[in-house]
Design a protein around this ligand. Structure first.
Ligand SMILES: [Zn+2]
Length: 439
C-alpha cells in the first residue's frame, strides 16, 4: 500500500517532519518520501493527514479494566487492599479474557499499538492469548506476590517456588513469540514480595535475558512502609536485591530522593510515568523533567482503568506535559518531547525501538494518521502541539497495526464494540457474585 500526500512526523529524530508518501508492505514500512507508484499496489489519498508512530504505553493492567468505576476516590494502599485485590482474587479465565478484550478495544481506539502489561497472579495466560490475537506489540507479565504477611486475600498469595515455576513456564511459552511478544518478570511491588523471590527474579532475568517490570515509590505512605520494613527507599531496596538494569521498567517513581535518582540513572532502568493515576490516587507528580534531564529513559502509561479511568494515550500525553509545567515551569516537557515519550523514546525505554516507535523503512507499520484540521485543532500551531495539547482519539482517522487498519476515527474496528461490552457486563456481574459484593 502507498499512502500519498502525507505530513509525516517520523520521530526519527523527534522534530523531523517530511512531506510525502508512506509505503507499507506486509507488517513493515518500506518507503518514506516521494515514492513512485508500484504496479498493482493499493493507494490511499493521505492529503490532509499527519502520520505519527503508533503510541507506546509502558504500564497497563488488562485484568483491571473490568473494575473501572469500582475503586474510585481511595489512596493507594486502601485502593489495593479494599478493592483491587479482592476483585482480582475473584477473577476466572473468562473474566480475565473479557477484561483484556475491553482493554484492547480501548487501546486500539486511542491509537496505542505497543503496550507493557502487568496481569494478576492467576489466569494471565488468558490476557496473553488476547494480546496475541490482537496483533499488539506487547511485553507481558503475571504479577508475583509471595509475602505471607500482607493484607492480600489468600487466593492471591503464592508460595515462592510455585510463583517462580509459573513465571518460568509463561516466559518459556511467550517470550519472543511472533517476534512481537515478550515476557517480563513482574513482582507486584516490594511490599508483596519476599527478598527470596526478588533475588530469584533477578537471577532468572539475568539467566534468560528477560525484562523486569514492577511498581516503585508510587505513594508517600507506601514509601514509609517500605522504609520501616527495610530501612531503605524503594529504589535502593530494589537495587540491593539486584533488580535494576537497562531491562527494568519501574512504574511511577513519584517519590525518589536525590541519591536514589542518581542510582536510577546509573542503573539504566526506565521510569514508566502514569500521570492520571498519580493524580487520581493522590500520589503526587513524578519529577519527569528532572529524570529526562538526567538521561533516565521514560515511557508513559495509563496504568489500570480502575485508577485512571481511561486507557487513552492522548490523555496521558497531555497530562504528562501539563503537570511538568506545574512542577518544573512552563518550558518543561514541550509538545515534541512529550510526543517522543509515547513513541520513539517510550519504545527505547521498553527495549522495543528496533521494532517500533518511529516511522522509518524496516520498522513495523504501526502508524496513526491524524486529521488535524477540525475546528477544535485549528487554525495555528505545530502538528505536535495540536496532537499533544488538543487532539482527541476521534481525530485519528486511521490506526495501522502491523500494516492492518485496526481503528477508524478513534473507534476500534478489529473487535466489535457491542460484543466486547456485553461480555464485560456479563463477566463483571458473575465476578461480583463471587466477590460477595454488590457494588
Ligand atoms: Zn500499576
Amino acid at each position: 500500500m502507498r499512502i500519498t500526500g502525507l505530513t509525516l512526523l517520523t520521530m526519527d529524530p523527534p522534530g523531523a517532519c517530511v512531506h510525502g508518501d508512506l509505503r507499507i508492505e506486509g507488517e513493515l514500512i518500506t518507503g518514506i518520501g516521494d515514492l513512485a507508484p508500484d504496479a498493482g499496489e493499493h493507494e490511499l489519498d493521505g492529503r490532509g493527514l499527519t502520520a505519527v508512530p503508533g503510541f507506546v504505553q509502558g504500564h497497563v493492567h488488562f485484568c483491571q479494566t473490568l473494575f473501572r468505576g469500582l475503586a474510585d476516590d481511595l489512596p493507594l494502599l486502601k485502593w489495593l487492599e479494599q478493592r483491587i485485590w479482592p476483585l482480582e482474587a475473584a477473577h476466572t479465565p473468562a473474566s480475565v479474557r473479557a477484561s483484556a478484550q475491553l482493554s484492547v478495544f480501548e487501546l486500539l481506539s486511542g491509537g496505542t499499538t505497543t503496550v507493557q502489561v502487568m496481569e494478576s497472579v492467576h489466569h494471565a495466560e488468558e490476557s496473553f492469548a488476547v494480546a496475541e490475537e490482537s496483533g499488539l506489540v506487547t511485553i507481558l507479565g503475571n504479577c508475583l506476590m509471595d509475602r505471607p504477611d500482607t493484607k492480600a486475600p489468600p487466593a492471591l498469595r503464592q508460595e515462592t517456588g510455585a510463583a517462580m515455576a509459573l513465571a518460568a513456564g509463561l516466559a518459556e511459552r511467550f517470550d519472543g513469540r511472533h517476534g512481537r511478544m515478550f515476557y517480563a518478570l513482574s513482582p507486584r511491588f516490594i511490599l508483596s514480595c519476599t527478598d527470596t523471590l526478588l533475588r530469584e527474579v533477578a537471577r532468572l532475568a539475568a539467566a534468560r535475558g528477560l525484562r523486569i517490570h514492577t511498581h516503585c515509590a508510587e505513594h508517600k505512605d507506601e514509601v514509609a512502609v517500605v522504609r520501616a520494613a527495610t530501612g531503605k527507599g524503594n529504589l535502593q531496596a530494589l537495587h540491593d536485591l539486584g533488580l535494576l538494569g537497562p531491562r527494568t521498567g519501574l512504574a511511577h517513581c513519584v517519590h525518589l530522593a536525590e541519591d536514589e535518582r542518581r542510582l536510577l540513572r546509573e542503573s539504566g532502568a526506565a521510569v514508566l510515568h502514569c500521570p492520571s493515576t498519580n493524580l487520581k490516587l493522590g500520589s503526587g507528580i513524578a519529577p519527569v523533567a528532572d529524570y529526562l534531564a538526567r538521561g533516565i529513559p521514560v515511557a508513559i502509561g495509563a496504568d489500570g482503568a480502575a485508577c485512571n479511568n481511561r486507557l487513552d494515550a492522548l490523555t496521558e500525553l497531555r497530562l504528562a506535559a501539563l503537570l511538568q509545567k506545574v512542577s518544573a515551569g512552563p518550558e518543561a516537557l514541550p509538545a515534541i518531547q512529550a510526543l517522543a515519550l509515547a513513541t520513539r523514546d517510550g519504545a527505547r525505554a521498553l527495549g522495543l525501538d528496533h521494532l517500533t516507535g518511529s516511522l522509518a523503512p524496516g520498522k513495523r507499520a504501526d502508524v496513526n494518521l491524524f486529521r488535524l484540521e477540525s475546528p477544535h485543532l485549528m487554525p495555528g500551531g505545530t502538528p505536535e502541539a495540536r496532537i499533544v495539547y488538543a487532539a482527541r482519539p476521534s481525530d485519528i482517522a486511521f490506526t495501522f497495526l502491523g500494516g492492518q487498519v485496526v481503528a477508524r476515527e478513534g473507534v476500534c474496528t478489529a473487535l466489535g464494540a457491542s460484543t466486547v461490552a456485553e461480555a464485560a457486563r456479563r463477566e463483571l456481574a458473575l465476578l461480583m457474585q463471587r466477590a460477595g459484593s454488590s457494588r
